[in-house]
Design a protein around this ligand. Structure first.
Ligand SMILES: [Fe+2]
Length: 181
């Protein structure tokens, strides 16, 4: 098989409202039911991934409101006419928590917003061609957007809690301005 390398894109945005919403988001996540995951592939202290969709998510309502202009930037970059939010969830990692290599299915773009990242344990990516692992220099308040087929993981956490909100986006219709050709 001949493999050609193509351009793909990682978008990193600093959420300027971060300092104002951090405590509220953490408090609203605290209010959610305790639900841990402990399997061979993932050990996560608290997440709403397995909590029914019908459960009210106040943290989500706040987060989605704040994130709107940043999603508009993503939409513009991809020339998308409309972005569709597929789903969102939070994850809190404490000591030794981890999430093994995975992709996000049935969507084009995946996003991670870092609420707590004191330990610098940001998402680790895997290059299928070089077999190398790599990560970006991210900090609390950063939002990273990447193609959903990119293999990634959260490596074993340290004692300092890491909290993220992740969400998937889709789009279909695009509008490309060819005037610069
Ligand atoms: Fe993921």
């Amino acid at each position: 098989m001949d493999v050609k390398v193509i351009d793909s894109f990682i978008l990193i945005q600093k959420i300027k409202e971060y300092q104002n919403i951090k405590d509220s988001l953490l408090m609203l996540i605290d209010k959610m039911p305790d639900k841990k995951t402990d399997t061979e592939r993932e050990k996560i202290t608290k997440s709403d991934w397995y909590i029914p969709k019908e459960h009210v998510r106040e943290y989500g309502e706040l987060f989605l409101k704040i994130i709107k202009p940043y999603n508009d930037n993503i939409k513009k970059f991809y020339n998308a006419k409309e972005l569709f939010l597929k789903n969102y969830w939070y994850q809190q990692y404490t000591d030794t928590d981890h999430h093994d290599w995975h992709v996000h299915a049935s969507c084009l773009l995946s996003n991670v917003f870092y609420i707590e990242l004191k330990n610098k344990n940001s998402t680790l990516f895997y290059n299928n061609l070089t077999k190398q692992k790599y990560s970006y220099n991210l900090e609390e308040g950063d939002l990273i957007t990447f193609p959903s087929s990119m293999i990634h993981k959260s490596k074993k956490n340290s004692k300092e809690r890491k909290t993220i909100i992740s969400y998937n986006l889709d789009f279909d219709n695009i509008s490309v301005n060819e005037s610069n050709r």
